[in-house]
Ligand binder design. Structure first.
Ligand code: NAI
Ligand code: 13P
Length: 335
């Protein structure tokens, strides 16, 4: 079997390496010629996953046509803001009956669409019954090192989710299927914003009580929005909710948490991002979250404060005071 991964960053490469267990050939598309050459000759992605040997079944290419030809599973692994453009460019070569599995965790700024909604928006209808999304606690580096990793694969079409599950199943990579495409995606996208908040708290030296509160109340606000959008609240206690929140709000490998830590130390967003060569999706998603809150009327207090710190120059300490002194209420009440 042949599969394809579009996007040769950290997660795309890690997933390609995982797919290589069950696929004879995994074509990995990227835009960096030197990186592709190194993957094909040295079997290492030294830019994004240095020191981790990749399967020789992973073949990097700069051509979308070559990457997609004869593929039976297409993984879309570019950052969310690049997905629309890449998918439009890939369209002429997209296989007709292969699952299209997006793994990006984000909500498009302009349209406020999730990744599966975006795919439905930019692909002809004949492709829609093949769309699925993968999300859950899965640092690329650990996945690539074949540390046990468990995620959720959601699709409106059960057969498609099961097909992706089967192709990706290995001794160290397990997935659960779901039909809650909405809950899984809001969980995956918004946990990055909460991870920035957890990083800010750490940057301020606030301690473990604060981090636990951010994770728990973050989950409450993500769940509120997901439910308003039609998601199942139980999904958010699963891998693509609580699971990924715990990982990203506590894990040293999280890029979003790292951005938050720098903001908490008082640095400006532009300076922090200028030093990073990898994406921190929560930065853009904070803006989408703010806009979704305004549009739906669902209160997202932590996300709103992250937005204000990152984009409006609000002091992190002031944001904490404002969160702590919000109107007292019951834990079981709404916002
Ligand atoms: N790294 C991780 O541990 C995980 C990442 N994800 C998600 O996967 C998605 C991709 O993340 P990573 O691979 O970590 O990002 P990364 O920053 O490691 O790599 C991004 C890749 O996309 C390419 N890219 C960036 N902008 C592009 C554009 N405009 N057009 C074409 N290619 C472009 C870059 O050249 C690079 O190859 C994100 O949505 C992320 O949230 C999900 C789970 C885990
Ligand atoms: O989504 C992730 C793990 O599940 C990766 O998190 P970061 O993007 O914060 O590194």
């Amino acid at each position: 079997m042949r599969s394809s991964v579009i996007g040769s960053g950290s997660f795309g490469t890690a997933l390609a390496n995982s797919l290589a267990v069950n696929c004879e050939e995994v074509r990995l598309w990227g835009r960096d010629a030197a990186l592709a050459e190194a993957i094909n000759t040295r079997h290492e992605n030294a830019t994004y996953l240095p020191g981790i040997p990749l399967s020789p079944r992973v073949l990097a290419t700069l051509s979308l046509e070559e990457a997609l030809e004869g593929s039976e599973l297409v993984v879309l692994a570019t950052p969310s803001h690049a997905t629309r453009d890449i998918v439009s460019r890939a369209l002429p070569s997209l296989p007709r009956h292969a699952p299209l599995l997006t793994v990006a965790k984000g909500i498009e700024n302009e349209s406020l669409l999730t990744m599966t909604e975006l795919l439905e928006d930019c692909l002809p209808e004949e492709f829609h019954p093949y769309i699925a999304v993968l999300s859950g606690p899965s640092f690329a580096r650990e996945l690539a090192m074949r540390s046990p990793t468990v995620v959720t694969i959601a699709s409106h079409w059960e057969k498609v989710a099961v097909r992706c599950q089967k192709v990706l199943q290995t001794e160290t990579f397990r997935s659960y299927t779901s039909n809650d495409v909405v809950g899984v995606q809001y969980g995956g996208a918004l946990k990055n914003v909460i991870a920035i908040a957890a990083g800010i708290a750490d940057g301020l030296g606030m301690g473990h009580n604060a981090r636990a509160a951010i994770i728990t109340r973050g989950l409450a606000e993500i769940t509120r929005l997901a439910v308003r959008k039609g998601g199942n609240p139980l999904t958010l206690s699963g891998l693509s909710g609580m699971g990924d929140l715990v990982l990203t709000c506590t894990g040293e490998l999280s890029r979003n948490r790292r951005v938050g830590m720098e903001l908490g130390k008082g640095r400006q967003l532009a300076d922090v991002l200028a030093e990073m060569k990898q994406v921190a999706e929560g930065v853009k998603t904070a803006k989408s979250a703010r806009d979704l809150s305004v549009k739906t009327g669902v209160e997202l207090p932590i996300c709103q404060q992250v937005y204000a710190i990152a984009y409006e120059g609000k002091g992190a300490k002031q944001a904490v005071v404002e969160l702590m002194t919000r109107q007292p209420k019951s834990e079981l009440s709404g916002p």
